[in-house]
Design a binder for this molecule. Structure first.
Ligand code: ADP
Ligand code: MG
Length: 313
């Protein structure tokens, strides 16, 4: 059944890292249950140290779990490790590769490791997809941070896995390339791949994913469709600086939770699920004010945790 429905199915997953000379034993995953539907774009969101990488590395066979069941594409990683591995491509958090290989060589090598026959390799096609076709013959060390990250994505794709997992993919990637990376990932999702990404930025999860699970201290504390989750987050604020002075909230903004701040500012408190900023801008324009500047408070994961735990307590 899970084979039909879920790309990834995790039950009662636990991980305790053994004590070492440097550190005490650490419970990193505390009875995780997680289902990732096929074809979805899924974000595993959580602060640093929450257990995101541990979870992903267990799926990839890079970290050994303490207990629990993990199925990838319906394949249990304990009983069918090879089939499970073939189904999934992982872009790890740390960028690692030999600086003296070219992107083309690197993909060929990776394809070889996965036993992809030469005539079925799509090295150039994959490089093209991540926008690196013109760097196919360049030394990897000459690539920028963003290019290296995209090369890691390409590497994870050589065996054409159904599931692509990206662990904090935008760390160290500048904004422009980030957008490019996202476009690539969205295309892959459209073509039918299941995408799982981890991030500690709500914004990122919000922009890209259709479902979000929040993990904190090794526990899943929330797992919902994005829209439902956003509906629970209230009190987002946006400030519009206007081109002229204003003394009271114009009638066009009735129905918005708006207030005047200082002489030229309108502040609107809203729930992202209910209102779009576009409507606010329209209303302000209708009231014959120009907008000089817009500021939003970054939705802070800490705030959300507080809100969520307050609500469930
Ligand atoms: P995240 O990816 O969400 O930042 P991690 O999965 O990397 O979180 O880490 C979860 C917890 O497990 C942290 O407390 C971290 O210090 C600990 N941890 C991670 N890897 C190891 C390891 N190899 N040995 C011991 N503890 C580890
Ligand atoms: Mg991590």
């Amino acid at each position: 059944m899970s084979r039909d429905m879920n790309a990834i199915d995790i039950k009662n997953l636990n991980k305790t890292y053994a004590a070492s000379k440097k550190s005490e034993a650490k419970l990193a995953l505390d009875n995780i249950d997680l289902q990732i539907p096929k074809g979805s774009m899924f974000a595993l969101l959580g602060p640093n140290g929450a257990g995101k990488s541990t979870c992903i590395n267990i799926m990839a066979g890079l970290v050994v779990k303490s207990s629990g069941i993990v199925e990838i594409n319906g394949y249990n990683i304990d009983t069918h490790p090879r089939s499970a591995k073939k189904s999934i491509g992982i872009v790890p958090q740390e960028i690692t590769f030999d600086p003296f290989f070219t992107p083309k060589q690197m993909l060929e090598l990776q394809a070889g490791m996965y036993g992809v026959p030469s005539n079925q390799r799509k090295t150039m096609e994959i490089l093209d997809m991540v926008g690196l076709a013109d760097k196919a013959e360049a030394y990897a060390r000459s690539l920028s941070g963003g290019m290296k990250r995209r090369l890691m994505v390409a590497k994870a794709m050589v065996h054409d896995p159904d599931i692509l997992v990206l662990d904090e993919p935008t760390a160290g990637v500048d904004i422009e390339l980030r957008q490019q990376l996202w476009d690539n990932v969205k295309l892959l999702n459209k073509s039918g791949k299941t995408i799982l990404l981890t991030t500690h930025y709500l914004e990122e999860a919000e922009q890209l994913c259709d479902r979000i699970a929040i993990i904190n201290q090794g526990k899943v504390i929330m797992d919902e469709n994005k829209d439902d989750l956003l509906a629970r987050i209230d009190g987002k604020e946006i400030t519009f600086r206007l081109d002229k002075e204003i003394s009271e909230v114009p009638k066009q903004l009735d129905g918005f939770n708006a207030r005047i701040e200082g002489k030229r500012r309108i502040v609107i408190t809203y729930r992202p699920a209910d209102t779009s900023v576009g409507y606010m801008i329209e209303a302000i324009k209708k009231a014959k004010y120009g907008i000089v500047d817009v500021q939003t408070d970054q939705s802070d994961l800490e705030d959300i945790f507080l809100q969520l735990t307050r609500k469930t307590a």
